[in-house]
Design a binder for this molecule. Structure first.
Ligand code: ADP
Ligand code: ADP
Length: 223
C-alpha cells in the first residue's frame, strides 16, 4: 500500500515558480529522496503534503487520507527546513510544548521525551537552553520533535544542509536508524551524498518538474 500518493500535485506561486504537476508514489518502509538544486520546489512539495500550503492543482493522499486533513496529519512527523526554536527554552521544554500540540498525555509525554532525548543523543543536555546548542544538536532536537507521536512516515526538509561535517554525520546516522526501524522516510536534499547514503529511490527535481525517478545509480546515469 502506498504511504504517499501524489497525482499531478501543483503549486503555482504566480511568478512561474513552484511545483508543476508532480506524480509519485512512496511505499511502506521506503526511504525516498527528493533531490534537486535550491529553488527546485522541494520544500513547496513537502509543505503541500504536510498541509501547510494549499495546492493549486492535482491531489495527494497520505495513507489514503487527503493531504491537509486531520486524519492525514496523524500519520507523519515533519522536520521543516531551518526550524526556529524559542531558544530561551530548554530542549526538554521544547519537546513538552510539542507533546501538548500532539495531544500526548503528561505521563506518556514524559516517558517518550526521555526516550527520544537519549535516542537522538541529547540526553541530560535536554535541560540546557536551546540557544546553547550547536546547529547539529538543534537538528537532532527537531528530529525528536518530529518523532514524538511515533509516526510511520517522516518528512525531512534539508536536515543536514546547514550543518558542519560532524553535525551532518550525526544526523545521517540518526536517519539510518530510523530506516532500520522500518519508518518510511521522505528526504528533501540538494546534497547527493545525503540521498546516496540513505535512499532506495530518488526523484530528480528541477524547476518544479521531476526529470527522472529511480535508484540513485539509475538517476545519475540519466543525467
Ligand atoms: P527548494 O525547497 O527546492 O529550494 P522551494 O520549494 O523553497 O524550493 O521554492 C521553489 C521556488 O518557488 C523558488 O524559486 C522560490 O523562490 C519560489 N517560492 C517559494 N515560496 C514562494 C512564495 N511564497 N511566493 C513566491 N515564490 C515562492
Ligand atoms: P539566559 O538567562 O540564559 O541568558 P534569558 O532567558 O535571559 O537567557 O534570555 C535568552 C534570550 O531569549 C534573550 O535574548 C531574551 O530576550 C529572549 N527571551 C527570553 N524570554 C523571552 C520571551 N518570553 N519572549 C521573547 N523572547 C524572550
Amino acid at each position: 500500500q502506498a504511504v504517499i500518493e501524489a497525482r499531478g500535485l501543483s503549486k503555482d506561486y504566480g511568478n512561474g515558480r513552484g511545483c508543476r504537476g508532480i506524480t509519485l508514489s512512496v511505499g511502506t518502509g521506503e526511504a525516498f529522496g527528493f533531490l534537486g538544486p535550491n529553488g527546485a520546489g522541494k520544500s513547496t512539495f513537502v509543505k503541500m503534503l504536510v498541509g501547510l500550503i494549499q495546492p493549486t492543482g492535482g491531489n495527494a493522499e497520505i495513507m489514503g487520507h487527503a493531504v491537509g486533513s486531520l486524519e492525514a496529519r496523524r500519520h507523519f512527523g515533519y522536520l521543516p527546513e531551518l526550524y526556529r526554536y524559542q531558544e530561551w527554552l530548554s530542549g526538554e521544554e521544547v519537546l513538552e510544548l510539542h507533546a501538548k500540540l500532539c495531544g500526548l498525555d503528561r505521563h506518556t509525554a514524559k516517558k517518550r521525551i526521555r526516550e527520544l532525548l537519549d535516542q537522538v543523543g541529547i540526553g541530560l543536555r535536554g535541560r540546557d537552553r536551546v540557544k546553547h546548542y550547536s546547529k547539529g544538536m538543534q537538528q537532532r532536537l527537531g528530529l525528536a520533535c518530529a518523532l514524538l507521536n511515533d509516526p510511520q512516515l517522516v518528512f525531512l526538509d534539508e536536515p543536514s544542509s546547514a550543518l558542519d561535517p560532524i553535525g551532518r554525520m550525526e544526523v545521517r546516522k540518526l536517519l539510518q536508524q530510523l530506516r532500520q526501524q522500518g519508518k518510511t522516510i521522505f528526504l528533501n536534499s540538494h546534497l547527493l551524498e545525503d540521498v546516496e547514503l540513505l535512499c532506495d529511490r530518488v526523484a530528480l527535481l528541477n524547476n518544479g518538474n521531476i526529470l527522472h525517478t529511480g535508484t540513485v545509480t539509475e538517476v545519475l546515469q540519466e543525467k
